[in-house]
Design a protein around this ligand. Structure first.
Ligand code: DOR
Length: 444
């Protein structure tokens, strides 16, 4: 009889982040899903983990990564990218479309899903990139299995994807139902100011070239068009105090992402210490913006933390600015860096869970993930809130082999990663084979 069949997995001894708050309880898993919170002492299980002293959080979902496959596998690929994810406690990722070729057709999406099969260590979904040519089809394509939704680059970044004018952007927004993820930098202003980067020829000029006004203008244009078309939008990696003011007034349509690096690093220090390794789009800015981002985290304006994992090799980064590419790795360090902020009192553990689980689930209507509840996928990020470790380049799974946090000692560390009931990482050791599956979405 079903009720007497042993559980596949029991998580015992930990503080569990349940929908009712932290509780000392046992989590029971069968067939990849959570089947009970709290079981009798002698309950039978194929595998039992004693997690005394640890916290079991719902599996962290990173909704913005660039894993470079196909086409740029010398920087990263779906195997190494997802390996970094699970080593860092991340159980699901949404991957961006600026690969080579761009993910801007159903065929390119199917190709990524096929490549991930048997090679991805965690669950995954892929964005379709918006272009002038596909604007009318996106409304149909966004519903394809394994599709996280539509991604728009309003300003050019790494790769060729770009929707720079309001006419095309309006067509993209008018054409579908799901929330559209947007990189908001104003392309016209970026072009006007490009000379600043070339003249100053130092990464410290990056936040001057791609200045506050560049970000604000794009976000203003986006919010106006979202309002006109009544389309929900998700504004990625917000970097300015000014945009947070606009977005706090637009919560009926817009959700907001910040990245760990914009919450952790500041200009000019980061450019002095790290040079072009700190170069990303939109840029790391001065302290007043970082403070505004933390305030927006505290006030609930921010919905989600995404890593914007975007590796480039050291050789590429060594090119003289502005030929050096923008982006830095981050999927593997999201959990430890943010737990260190939890320990420093900058956000609560509850808010961390909200930003990495409830937030992603709410923004994208993810099915069966984002909380530890009966019937949900058995995805868990098991953390030691007291562990003190130093982040090192040598720990990085990313093919580019570096992290902007090299040498940073943090408090709080991912001790195990469990994906649909399979323990894929425990104390830094992987357990394969990779068996990540496409993320499912409600109503699709
Ligand atoms: O810095 C960035 N790098 N920002 C982006 O929007 C793209 C990313 C990349 O793919 O390298």
């Amino acid at each position: 009889m079903e009720t007497t069949r042993p559980y596949d997995l029991l998580l015992r001894g930990a503080e569990v982040a349940t929908p009712s708050g932290l509780a000392q309880t046992t989590v029971a898993v069968r067939d990849g899903r959570i089947v009970a919170l709290g079981v009798p002492e002698g309950a039978d299980a194929v595998e039992t983990l004693d997690l005394s002293g640890l916290h079991v959080l719902p599996g962290v979902i990173d909704t913005q990564v660039h894993f470079r496959e196909p086409g740029l596998e010398h920087k990263e690929d779906l195997e190494s990218g997802t390996r970094g994810a699970v080593l860092g406690g991340v159980t699901a990722i949404f991957e961006m479309p600026n690969t080579t070729p761009n993910t801007d057709t159903p065929e390119a999406l199917a190709d990524k899903l096929a490549r991930a099969q048997g090679r991805a260590w965690c669950d995954h979904a892929f964005f379709i990139g918006a272009t002038d040519a596909n604007a009318e089809q996106l409304g149909t394509w966004e519903g394809l299995p394994g599709c996280a939704g539509v991604k728009v680059f309003m300003g050019a970044s790494t790769g060729s994807l770009l929707v720079e004018d309001d006419t095309v952007l309006g067509r993209v927004l008018a054409g579908g139902r799901r929330r559209v993820a947007v990189h908001a930098e104003d392309e016209a202003r970026l072009r006007e100011r490009k000379a600043i980067a070339a003249e100053r020829a130092t990464p410290a000029a990056h936040p001057d070239w791609r200045d506050v006004e560049t970000a604000v203008r794009a976000t203003q244009r986006l919010l106006a068009l979202a309002c006109e078309t009544r389309r929900r939008v998700h504004v990625l990696h917000i970097t300015t105090a000014e945009e947070m003011e606009l977005l706090a007034e637009a919560k009926d349509l817009a959700t907001v992402e910040v990245t760990p690096q914009h919450l952790t690093l500041t200009a000019p220090d980061c450019y002095e210490r790290l040079g072009s390794l700190a170069q990303m789009n939109p840029p790391i800015r001065e302290a007043r913006h970082r403070e505004a981002l933390w305030r927006a985290v505290a006030e609930g304006v921010v919905d989600v933390i995404g890593s914007d994992h975007a590796p480039h090799t050291r050789e590429e980064k060594a090119r003289p600015y502005p030929a050096s590419p923008s982006g830095m790795p981050g999927v593997q360090t999201l959990v430890p860096v943010m737990l260190d902020h939890v320990n420093a009192g900058r956000l609560s553990l509850q808010r961390f869970i909200d930003l990495t689980n409830a937030g992603p689930a709410r923004i994208y209507n993810i099915a069966g993930k984002g909380r530890i509840a009966r019937g949900y996928d058995a995805d868990f990020t098991v953390v030691d809130l007291k562990a003190r470790r130093t982040i090192e380049d040598a720990w990085m799974a990313n093919k580019s082999g570096w992290t902007p946090y090299h040498g940073l000692t943090v408090t709080g560390w991912p001790m195990a990663t469990i994906v649909r009931g399979r323990v894929v990482m425990r104390e830094g050791e992987l357990s394969g084979p990779p068996a990540g599956a496409p993320v499912r979405f409600q109503g699709i």
